[in-house]
Design a protein around this ligand. Structure first.
Ligand code: BGC
Length: 266
């Protein structure tokens, strides 16, 4: 059976762990050649690239700091050198630096905005330029697909994380404004907004039983998500199956955005 993303090339930023890792695996399983960007954890990105190649796929691990324009451009150069172009770009790199508002340092504010928002700007800009340079390919109806990794916190306010919530609120209008601008060229820009996904970024929230029970109160569907839940959504959003989906956020959150506190209150 033909795979959904066969003959396409995907780039995933922040693919050495967590959601990015799961998304890269899922895109590879769907037949895409995958460029795995990492910043600090070269080992795990290279290990995943090896695994994908051993399983008959194609993958390349590339180091780059997504907050640095030159490094982002070099990452796209590496992608072109190995695979000729890129069809699917997942701007996924993200981090948290939590603290109460009055104590939040300027560095914690800037670090989060730089990776979560400026990193998406630089990645998306190189992606759009590459889609235009390369022109249409028979592998997809769209000229290119960009997926921004957002969060339920693009709409759910989050005390003691104003930097993170502001960055994801920024991703919402970044994604929609860019989608409006480039849709006439058949470039599809969309976001995925994960809820609580079991990764290193939120391990304090699921590691112990009491913490996990507290977290589950926020998830009507009754389980914490896995990176593969996001990977499957990314495959669909990157494929022609979603060709008419433009400028939208796909929430993959077990119902976290349904205001579960109101189920028996209000
Ligand atoms: C955050 C996680 C959090 C989840 C749900 C994500 O965007 O990175 O730390 O568990 O949102 O609140």
């Amino acid at each position: 059976m033909e795979k959904l993303l066969e003959n396409q090339v995907a780039l995933v930023t922040g693919a050495s762990s967590g959601i990015g890792y799961g998304v890269a695996q899922a895109l590879a399983n769907a037949g895409a050649a995958v460029v795995l960007n990492y910043h600090t954890h070269a080992e795990s990105a290279k290990k995943l690239a090896d695994e994908i190649e051993k399983a008959g796929g194609a993958a390349l691990a590339v180091g780059a700091d997504v907050t640095d324009r030159d490094q982002v451009e070099s990452m796209f150069d590496a992608c072109r050198a190995r695979f000729g172009t890129v069809d699917i770009v997942v701007a996924n790199s993200g981090l948290q630096r939590d603290s109460a508002f009055a104590e939040m340092t300027l560095e914690d504010w800037q670090t989060v905005l730089a990776t979560n928002l400026t990193g998406q700007f630089l990645t998306a800009q190189s992606a759009v330029k590459e889609f235009r340079r390369r022109g249409p390919r028979p592998v997809s109806k769209a000229l290119g697909k960009l997926i921004c990794m957002s969060s339920v916190h693009e709409v759910i306010p989050w005390a003691r994380r104003v930097n993170y919530a502001a960055s994801k609120g920024g991703v919402l209008m970044f994604m929609k404004s860019l989608a409006q601008e480039v849709a006439p060229e058949r470039i599809r820009v969309n976001s995925i907004a994960p809820g609580a996904i079991r990764t290193r970024i939120n391990k304090d929230a699921w590691e112990s039983k009491p913490e996990q029970d507290r977290l589950l109160q926020l998830i009507p569907y009754g389980r914490v998500g896995n990176p593969d839940d996001i990977g499957k959504a990314a495959v669909w959003l990157a494929s022609d199956e979603s060709d008419y989906v433009v400028g939208t956020t796909l929430f993959v959150d077990g119902g976290m955005t349904l205001y579960p506190e109101f189920a028996d209150n209000g």
